[in-house]
Design a protein around this ligand. Structure first.
Ligand code: 13P
Ligand code: SF4
Length: 302
């Protein structure tokens, strides 16, 4: 039997749903029940009535799914798919930062461990960070925003708010430099440039749009431009092409690969369903506190 048929058969038997992030390899995207950005995947994970969630993404995303669906079995096909940015801050480091700013509200990017989320008042994704700062934290006098210094700079620029930040960043998006934007524009005159808010401020400043991967999917459909330069992990181009067969997408550079997002393969998805591995667990006292921060975000939405 074909690999894909085996996955589909086992998925039914296990009553499983396959959630896939926009950066995953094309073959994995093609077997998904749902492909989306971090926020959309969190919402799906909280709403599904499946018994098992196979999360094709990185560890913090599967952990977020487990926090929102504690009674479901959440599986990460490759147990080493982590996020270096999420690993840049520990709960202990955040507690030390909070001790220096006892009155501050604490917002964390979803790219953090469950332990870090448990220390926060509010979680956000790149799709809704601006709204979280403007709406939920509108009365806060001081705001700690961890761990992404570039996302914090983007939100500060959009909202006029100041943040106490942490020197974290995404090593994949940090590879995009202003000269890549300029070179891509020179190669493709007339193309629009969309970049992710995890990019450096000097890159965000010269892009036409700064948006989450879910936002990129919507923008690509709406823009009258026929050619689009994609300033994020190029895994998303598979989806963009499928959704917009009449448009042309150019990766901003060939170096913007997230190695962790590429660890998941069809074989690993099958083994994950066969062996029910790798089970993601979050101790309930941590999950309960982290859930509050995530649910506060989900109430506001995008
Ligand atoms: P979004 O899918 O929320 O845009 O985030 C991108 C990312 O880097 C996920 O790790
Ligand atoms: Fe983490 Fe960056 Fe990879 Fe996203 S693209 S999972 S932020 S390393």
């Amino acid at each position: 039997m074909e690999l894909i048929d085996k996955i589909q058969k086992l998925k039914k038997e296990r009553r499983a749903v396959i959630l896939v992030h926009n950066y995953q390899i094309p073959e994995v995207q093609d077997i998904a029940d749902f492909v989306g950005d971090s926020l959309e995947l969190s919402i799906k994970a909280s709403q599904t009535d499946a018994e098992v969630i196979v999360f094709c993404g990185v560890h913090f995303m599967a952990e977020t799914a487990k926090i929102l669906s504690p009674l479901k079995t959440v599986l990460l096909p490759d147990k080493n798919s982590g996020c270096p940015m999420a690993d840049m801050i520990s709960a202990e480091e955040l507690r030390a930062l909070k001790a220096k700013h006892p009155g501050a509200k604490v917002m964390c990017y979803v790219n953090t461990s469950a332990e870090v989320k448990a220390e926060c008042d509010l979680c956000c994704t790149s799709a809704n960070a601006v709204r979280m700062a403007q709406e939920v934290l509108k009365d806060a006098e001081e705001i700690i925003f961890v761990p992404d210094k570039y996302l914090a700079a983007f939100v500060a620029n959009k909202t006029g708010r100041e943040f106490i930040t942490w020197p974290g960043f995404c090593p994949t998006h940090a590879k995009i430099l202003p000269e890549h934007v300029e070179a891509a524009r020179a190669r493709h005159p007339g193309a629009v440039v969309m970049v992710h808010p995890e990019c450096r401020p000097e890159v965000a400043a010269i892009a036409d749009m700064v948006i989450s991967t879910g936002g990129m999917s919507r923008y690509a459909k709406e823009t009258p431009a026929r050619e689009i330069i994609v300033g994020t992990e190029p895994g998303i181009i598979h989806r963009l092409k499928k959704e917009n067969p009449d448009k042309i997408f150019h990766p901003i550079s060939d170096e913007v690969i997230c190695p962790n997002m590429k660890r998941t393969t069809l074989e690993k998805v099958l083994w994950s369903l066969e062996d029910m591995q790798h089970v993601i667990e979050v101790p309930e006292p941590i999950a309960e506190r982290a859930r509050r921060a995530i649910e506060t975000m989900l109430k506001v939405g995008r």
